[in-house]
Ligand binder design. Sequence first.
Ligand SMILES: *[C@@H]1O[C@H](CO)[C@@H](O)[C@H](O)[C@H]1NC(C)=O
Ligand SMILES: *[C@@H]1O[C@H](CO)[C@@H](O)[C@H](O)[C@H]1NC(C)=O
Ligand SMILES: *[C@@H]1O[C@H](CO)[C@@H](O)[C@H](O)[C@H]1NC(C)=O
Ligand SMILES: *[C@@H]1O[C@H](CO)[C@@H](O)[C@H](O)[C@H]1NC(C)=O
Ligand SMILES: *[C@@H]1O[C@H](CO)[C@@H](O)[C@H](O)[C@H]1NC(C)=O
Ligand SMILES: *[C@@H]1O[C@H](CO)[C@@H](O)[C@H](O)[C@H]1NC(C)=O
Ligand SMILES: *[C@@H]1O[C@H](CO)[C@@H](O)[C@H](O)[C@H]1NC(C)=O
Length: 398
Amino acid sequence: MPGLVSCLGDLIVTGIIILFSDHVQSEIWTNEVSDVQFGGLGSRVTLTCGGAHDGSPVEWRFNGSSVPPWQTHKGSLTLLNTTHSMEGNYSCHDERGTLLQSIKLRLGHLPHFVRVSCRVPNHMKIYYSWVQTKTTHLPTLYRTSYSVKGRDVEPCEQEHIGVNECTITNPPFWTSKILVNITEINPLGSNSTILQIDPHELLKPDPPEDVRVLQVEGQPTQLLVQWSWPSSWSVEIMAAFPLTFLLRYRPIGSNYWSMLETEENTSLKIMDALVGRLHQIQIRAQDALINHSQWSEWSHVVEAQPWIEPWKEPTEEPVDFSFPFFNSFPVRTTDKSPDSSLHQTGSLGLLILLGLFAAVMVAALLTIITLLWVRQRKQDNVKKQELASMVKMKSIPI
Ligand SMILES: *[C@@H]1O[C@H](CO)[C@@H](O)[C@H](O)[C@H]1NC(C)=O
Ligand SMILES: *[C@@H]1O[C@H](CO)[C@@H](O)[C@H](O)[C@H]1NC(C)=O
Ligand SMILES: *[C@@H]1O[C@H](CO)[C@@H](O)[C@H](O)[C@H]1NC(C)=O
Ligand SMILES: *[C@@H]1O[C@H](CO)[C@@H](O)[C@H](O)[C@H]1NC(C)=O
Ligand SMILES: *[C@@H]1O[C@H](CO)[C@@H](O)[C@H](O)[C@H]1NC(C)=O
Ligand SMILES: *[C@@H]1O[C@H](CO)[C@@H](O)[C@H](O)[C@H]1NC(C)=O
Ligand SMILES: *[C@@H]1O[C@H](CO)[C@@H](O)[C@H](O)[C@H]1NC(C)=O
């Protein structure tokens, strides 16, 4: 069973064989057919024919077939070194074949010690459970009791027959020694397993429950951890027996846990979490007064990340015409800002700008062309004048 602490108690007494008379047997195993006989495996078993008259010969049959007569003696059938194959229906008959008695034979082993586990989740209950250390093949029941020095033997209550568990309610917690007697009984005998336990040492609370980890607004290195007391540590117990809690945490990927301890409080603040990292958090509990009691198991791992500063959207300003090429292209293309008018203003500005630019370029081009044309005209004029003067010179009579 998971979560059970093996009882560290000392095994003190070995069992005492009790061989039951037929009377006791029928009292305990009333659910069995009345003519069932139990025997030990590997031993010698004798079956007696109940209805036989003294001295008269009887015939034994096993599962309907005759048994060789050398095995019978004065009306009894003796089986040596029994094995499982000898289990079944035996019947004895008189000379005329009339059935005198039928016996069902079942074979098995004497009880052995049991292996006991126990659980002490609070001051009010001690739970025991056990398993057989040897299969006996026989119907079995258990008597369970406990005792404290100087006090009467009290039963350890078994709630369900057939489930190997018993519970001590309100155990005497002031003592450090409780003797528990778990006696396994079957038709062949009994064997008592006796353990001495120290309830203080075995006290092990269930882990804290309902662990929650919260971010602390504006604090990227803090985590607020809250939890509840184990539900098995009831309110009455809580008042008298406080618990100490140990919290451990680490960023995922780290091998090292950091620890924080608190008495009674069910919340703690981690102050040195790593910014932006996912952390694992666990808590366990221990009785605050009995310092040699045990820590609970760790609670389930809870993962959480400290608060991080939300991503700030860059605020978009209306286009500034004094720096046309730096401002006109929006930085974020995936922007889902509802303020789309800003965007439209931006595009319009861009268009106007491009228009202006084009106009300036055209103007510059026209100016250059005009200048070139003017210059060409001037040169042409000079050439004409030169030609004219040469003609004039030729025509001047010498
Ligand atoms: C053994 O006896 C029981 C009742 O006495 C009967 O129900 C069962 O069939 C018998 N088994 C054999 C193998 O004869
Ligand atoms: C009983 O049977 C077992 C195996 O079937 C055998 O090893 C053993 O020697 C037998 N004992 C006797 C006393 O016959
Ligand atoms: C005799 O009958 C029982 C059931 O009653 C059965 O389990 C057993 O195997 C039978 N044995 C033989 C040798 O037939
Ligand atoms: C009880 O069981 C143990 C083994 O588990 C065995 O050594 C011991 O002899 C048994 N006692 C009795 C009385 O059968
Ligand atoms: C253990 O319990 C059994 C059955 O109740 C009893 O017979 C036996 O004496 C007890 N043993 C001790 C040591 O108390
Ligand atoms: C525990 O809780 C008390 C009151 O609720 C508070 O005063 C105290 O500071 C807390 N201690 C810790 C370690 O949180
Ligand atoms: C429990 O604590 C007390 C005081 O703190 C100490 O004297 C004692 O030895 C401790 N006991 C155990 C078993 O640790």
